[in-house]
Write a protein that binds this ligand. Sequence first.
Ligand code: M6R
Length: 616
Amino acid sequence: MCGIVGYIGHREAYPIVIKGLKRLEYRGYDSAGVMLYDAESGIKICKTKGKVVDLEAKAKNGFTTNGNIGIGHTRWATHGVPNDVNSHPHLSNSGELAIIHNGIIENYAPLKEELIKRGYVFHSDTDTEVLVNLIEEVQKKENIKLGKAVQIALNQVVGAYAIAVFDKKNPNELVAARLGSPLAIGVGEGEYFIASDASPFIEYTSNAIYLEDGEMANIRLHKPLKIRKIKDDSLVDPYIQELQMNLEQIEKGGYDHFMLKEIYEQPSVIKDTYRGRLNANKGIVQMAGVEDNLEKFLNAKRIVIVACGTSWHAGLVAEYIFEEFARIPVEVEYASEFRYRNPIINKDDVVIAISQSGETADTMAAIKLAKENGAFVFGVCNVVGSSISRETHAGAYTHAGPEIGVASTKAFTTQITVLTMIALRLGKAKGTLSNTDFHTYLQELEIIPEKVAEALETNDRAKEIAAAFKDAPNCLYLGRGYNFPVALEGALKLKEISYIHAEGYPAAEMKHGPIALIDEHMPVIVIAPKQGHYDKIVSNIQEIKSRSGKIIAVVTKGDTQVRELADYVIEIPETSDALSPLITTIPLQLLSYYIAVMRGCNVDQPRNLAKSVTVE
Ligand code: M6R
């Protein structure tokens, strides 16, 4: 959580930092701040509770924005409420050091106590202010330069961080470091950029260095970058990566919100996901990470999937697909539970970690635990070069492109696409999937983008239904089999962006409790495509109908039976049962989107949330 940006070079730093913070607002948006330095005025700080636009507004009231070096921060509060004082950057007591920080200093309390004994005064409730004063204390005591002081201080710290530190005494330098929180350095001509991801500097340079955990960088004007290990001071050869991202991908492209843009991108990004990996005519489905480790997958006694939120829902869909296609037992775990419950992990388990951001702290911790216990860990991530993609033994990227809306949409469908391809590959290799089924699924997956595009035509219908139910206080989502996780995902989408309480349930489970909730005021969204357990779900719809529930049914085109019972139907194209989540999820995304818009909610940045959850 939290986004950090830094600039040092020949340009004005302020507009670069502000634009960068706006791009990183998906990481947190409860307060924002910037520090600039120029020789005449020295360190200047402007910070405020609220979003980056509020910061800009505040800066217009007399904040001088000149300076070629600057750092900025957009916050998702952990220690201390969101207010002006707790916002970053934080200054050390002398006013000479300024810091921005993404992460948590877990042992901040004893460090703070010790610093107070030495006369330090604290103005905020943050752990970050402790860190900057610790650096200052080390620097004074040892009479050393900033880089060394940062290194010594970080060796006393327990927790996670991506930081950038500035020292007025040496204003041609920024020091950056990371452990557990991402940090990219953009390398331009006579200029450097620091950011939580590469989006703030994409238009200035396509050369980026992603710091590894436990590394720090001395970034000095007109001098080569020095990267070293925080622990033992050993120098690291910087590995400069060419960025694959482009500016268009991180802009709204005419859509009102990133979420809508990302919903509409699904036909093309699903294609990107399988491009070069799937060829139905030739009967090929392959991914390098799977091929290189095929034996491990084939010998697995069990697959354990760890993930959070929407990625966990994709994992649940994968459970059905792996068990059906490859006949390998699958367990799907919330990463946050898995890591704390002393799970049984065997050497012949394959653990699949799913994460859009590749930075989720709980998933990362689950991976480390699985590795410690000898399991082979495979990552399914979207963000290239992310921490999870590097921590796992092997993996496959989803290639969905940057997902900026906090509510995951294209991440979900592309994760399912990757997982389906793996299951198909294993089913074929194990012989658990007949040749005919294998080829039929390959062909169907290849044309799924067209069907997703067709499902997007439900846009107006979703809008109409949204208008009818936008004021409902509660909502129930029901699905069976492959579409039970889609019901969970539909409910999560509605909850997080419209703040309507919603529950997802397996349709048959309804009679064991939730049916008590049904009356004429309860909208019930039932996912009822023709395949799968159609007759059973028709009976479930009857049960809702007899209790006067308002039925909104997602049905296969041409369906007549459910149409007679439902108050509203949304028609989607036909596909196989196993691939149906890729289609059924589309109208549910649109429905949540329009309900949230009609309720006046901030769709892309819902309250209390952040795109990448890098705290436990
Ligand atoms: O980046 P990850 O996929 O690891 O993130 C996991 C969850 O935090 C994420 O899916 C979250 O639930 C989304 N807001 C859902 O829309």
